[in-house]
Write a protein that binds this ligand. Sequence first.
Ligand code: ADP
Ligand code: MG
Length: 140
Amino acid sequence: MEFITKSEEETKNILLDILNINPLENKALIFVLEGELGAGKTTFTKGLEDVLKIKIKSPTFNIVKKYEIDYKGFKNFYHLDFYRVDNIKGLDFEDIILNKENLIFIEWGSKVIESIPDFAKWIYFSYLDKDKRKILYESN
Ligand SMILES: Nc1ncnc2c1ncn2[C@@H]1O[C@H](COP(=O)(O)OP(=O)(O)O)[C@@H](O)[C@H]1O
Ligand SMILES: [Mg+2]
């Protein structure tokens, strides 16, 4: 599916569409968000704030932010951003990705591609114009 959004709000709404078409499986639900700086990855993630009733802060300086949630059986939301690092050292990454109570969004996951499991779902963002972004999602 390809979406063109014309505002931050529209990008946040696409998040709900994508979340809803993914049935629950017996593992973590992982989305890897790819695209240049400013393409809208964090904005898209912030679409979760209302659904999960949390306030999302960019994890760029922390690499990982964990939020406690109660949503469709998910107990934790992990927001990871590998922009400043290129390895998963010190993160308990295996435990995080194998726990089916975890909903996980990963920015710059291509930097740690060898650690991303094959069941992760990839979403591609591109900058088209000042307020316009393209979001490409291929559900499997
Ligand atoms: N259609 C749109 N979708 C998402 N962000 C947009 C859009 N139009 C403008 N923006 C702006 O672009 C910037 C996107 O930044 P951000 O989401 O942090 O990108 P990334 O996390 O990919 O680096 C924000 O300042 C946002 O307000
Ligand atoms: Mg970001």
